[in-house]
Design a binder for this molecule. Structure first.
Ligand SMILES: Cc1cc2nc3c(=O)[nH]c(=O)nc-3n(C[C@H](O)[C@H](O)[C@H](O)COP(=O)(O)O)c2cc1C
Length: 181
């Protein structure tokens, strides 16, 4: 299964890195310019380490790259973390870079689109944009870890969200203990 992973400039680059480590599929990776700044600020590893975990890496300003076309076969796209700026653009059909264009392809081709926003608190506009996307079939999966699996480390919290993304992709994992498991 081909999966497109978009990384944008919301806090939570760790979520993207952990997801990439757990995906065994063909991964097309796109990292926004602002995500690169957040990675430099939040991570001990650089963008190169992210790139090594992908099958192919595309520039976000390259709207001629394969994921920009509906004729390119990919099953799903995950934007993790997803800035509310990118989420808003997708909600309103603005395809001004490869990430927003590939997301628009998912919506028009009825492919799985999973958005992992991270922000708090939320303005009404943000919530309205999320509803707009949910009504078009996108999965809004906020970076909101639960605590019922008794997390002890930051990795436990990160893995909870990554596990939820893998659940949406139908990929088996043991990243967190399920309720009553
Ligand atoms: C350190 C840092 C943390 C940020 N965290 C968030 C965040 O959690 N959520 C968000 O929506 N934007 C956040 N931003 C702002 C986005 O980076 C900014 O809106 C950017 O234009 C998003 O562009 P992109 O979606 O193309 O990456 C953050 C910016 C910086 C520098």
């Amino acid at each position: 299964m081909n999966i497109v992973v978009g990384v944008t400039g919301a806090s939570g680059a760790q979520y993207a890195f952990a997801l990439l480590r757990h995906l065994k599929d063909h991964v097309d990776l796109v990292i926004s310019e602002d995500a690169k700044k957040v990675i430099a600020h939040e991570m001990d590893v650089g963008v190169d380490a992210f790139a090594k975990l992908a099958t192919a890496v595309w520039r976000n300003d390259d709207t001629t790259a394969p994921p920009s076309s509906g004729s390119y076969r990919f099953a799903a796209m995950v934007i993790i973390p997803c800035s509310l700026g990118t989420l808003g653009k997708i909600a309103w059909g603005i395809s001004d870079n490869l990430i927003t264009r590939a997301a628009a392809v998912c919506l028009k081709e009825r492919r799985k689109l999973i958005l992992v926003p991270r922000e708090t608190p939320l303005a009404a506009t943000h919530m309205e944009n999320m509803v707009r996307l949910a009504n078009q079939g996108a999965v809004i999966l906020p970076a909101m870890p639960g605590f019922y699996h008794k997390p002890e480390t930051v990795d436990d919290l990160v893995n909870f969200i990554v596990g939820k993304v893998l659940d949406q992709l139908g990929i088996e994992h043991r990243l967190f203990r399920r309720w009553r498991e």
